[in-house]
Design a binder for this molecule. Structure first.
Ligand SMILES: [Zn+2]
Length: 100
């Protein structure tokens, strides 16, 4: 299921997509935001983010990735061959340009 996109930032040739995140703390659902960076290098899309799904299970298919790629393709009209996933926390920088 695709996630709704809260906003999109441009960071040079990369796009940073802000998505809602949900995680569990004890028995409570914690609502937050997760930032996903998408950048095309050669013919592949590199998708970098850190979230509760990946943290709990490295092999889980994470809904952030699809939503971020869709947002990236909408902005850039790019095509790509493969998706490479990287796990690293993304933070917004002041020089990123907000697109939506
Ligand atoms: Zn995720």
């Amino acid at each position: 299921m695709a996630k709704e996109v809260l906003s999109v930032f441009q960071d040079g040739r990369a796009i940073v997509v802000v998505l809602p995140s949900y995680s569990y703390h004890q028995d409570d659902i914690v609502y937050g935001q997760v930032l996903v960076r998408v950048e095309k290098l050669a013919s592949d899309l590199f998708v970098t983010h850190e979230c509760g799904v990946v943290e709990k299970n490295k092999h889980a298919s994470c809904p952030c990735v699809e939503a971020a790629i869709n947002a990236y393709l909408t902005v850039t009209q790019e095509t790509y061959e493969d998706v490479v996933l990287e796990e690293k926390k993304i933070i917004l920088a002041p020089d990123m340009k907000q697109l939506s």
